[in-house]
Design a protein around this ligand. Structure first.
Ligand SMILES: Cc1ncc(COP(=O)(O)O)c(C=O)c1O
Length: 371
């Protein structure tokens, strides 16, 4: 077996969750966002680790019905909300598996209501309002018409109303406050119309860190659970510990002479005689090709440069005069006692976000859990 794996530190996951819980206070419920296989960390193991904590998560959030089904097969009781659009052909599956869908179109809601009628079930759902994200959701100006209409539908239970911020992770929070005002107006109206609505929720990690007014009944942390701030512009009002490390071992060692070139395109040329290590990881594992000549790796507390193009299954690092062995652990994402080179550092180098770095680590890389 190849020695490449992602180490998932569940103790850090629990630490982050409990730190978020402390920040938002006892009255606010928490919906860990575990879509995209818990941002690449492994949904099932992460949920197993979170569900025993005090306070317990009230809900879990995923993007797809497929993810909710995987969740439901592993966990019978926990509540699960699907953020994304669900094909009406699967409404029976949704209802039979006690999955909470999100709706934002009258047509969807009518079809759902019809299936509920046929199955003689009260269908629970959340309504998403577009207060400015511009992705999905009932336009905030039309929300009251929707709520008024839903009020008279006997087969439906509107359990929650939510919105999603476009800029809660920006330094300038003015638009986030505009969204919040729009949401608040709807919340006041909805509470009067349908007093049984249980959850009004808006806060993603950026808002959890910096906009306490956005907590309402429940918060939806994603990236912060996995140990990263959503951007470099938020405060660090909660201390977070990265959960994922990417590790491997050297597969081949060699010494090359001055002028030797390494990997496709020959974009690295040795300036002197040097030791080179080949590592069994590449872009097919989610180690981004933009890290060619840019990535870094720890071996025994020292940071080495990734040299040449990242290949599909292999990369090379320059060891200089250092001597290491194929038994030494190599850390490609992570930290040691003194330094770190984690998903935030990588995202800075290749102009992306830690979300993408973590979710890109492919299924080919086994996850090893540390409890
Ligand atoms: C609807 C919704 N809520 C919450 C989150 C969590 O966001 P974050 O990872 O920034 O905390 C996401 C993720 O994008 C989302 O789509």
């Amino acid at each position: 077996m190849r020695p490449t794996y992602a180490e998932i530190n569940l103790s850090n996951l629990r630490y982050n969750y409990l730190s978020i819980a402390k920040k938002v206070g006892k009255k606010v419920a928490i919906m860990p966002v575990v879509k995209a296989d818990a941002y690449g960390h492994g949904m099932i193991e992460c949920v197993k680790s979170l569900r025993k904590l005090n306070p317990q998560p009230h809900y879990y959030g995923v993007a797809l019905l497929e993810e909710a089904m995987e969740f439901r097969q592993a966990f019978r009781k926990e509540k699960i909300l699907v953020f994304g659009t669900i094909d009406p052909r699967y409404f029976r599956v949704v209802l039979r598996n006690n999955i909470t869908p999100t709706f934002y179109e009258i047509d969807q809601i009518k079809k759902f209501s019809n299936v509920c009628k046929r199955l003689k079930i009260i269908g629970k759902f959340h309504l998403e309002i577009d207060t400015g994200m511009g992705r999905v959701g009932v336009n905030h100006a039309e929300a009251s018409d929707y709520i008024h209409w839903i009020k008279n539908e006997n087969d439906l239970f509107l359990e929650g109303i939510y919105t999603h911020f476009a800029t809660s992770d920006s330094k300038d929070k003015s638009f986030a406050y505009t969204q919040l005002e729009r949401f608040e107006r709807i919340r006041v109206f909805a509470k009067k119309e349908i007093p049984t609505i249980k959850y009004f929720h808006t806060a993603n990690s950026g808002a959890i860190l910096d906009i306490p007014e956005a907590y309402f009944d429940m918060v939806r942390p994603g990236i912060s659970l996995y140990g990263y701030y959503p951007s470099e512009e938020t405060s660090e009002s909660i201390k977070l510990k990265p959960v994922m490390s990417l590790k491997t071992k050297i597969s081949f060692l060699k010494t090359v002479t001055k002028g030797t070139t390494i990997s496709y395109g020959r974009i690295f040329k040795a300036k002197k005689r040097t030791n080179i290590a080949t590592l069994p990881i590449g872009y097919a594992d989610g180690y981004n090709r933009l890290l060619s000549n840019k990535g870094k790796a720890f071996i025994k507390n020292k940071l080495y440069n990734v040299i040449g193009r990242v290949c599909m299954d292999q990369i090379m690092i320059d060891l200089g005069d250092d001597l290491v062995t194929t038994e030494d652990e190599v850390i490609l994402i992570g930290s040691n006692d003194q330094q770190k080179f984690d998903a935030a550092d990588i995202s800075r180098l290749i102009n992306t976000i830690p979300y993408e770095v973590c979710t890109s680590i492919t299924k080919r890389v086994p996850r090893k859990y540390v409890y």
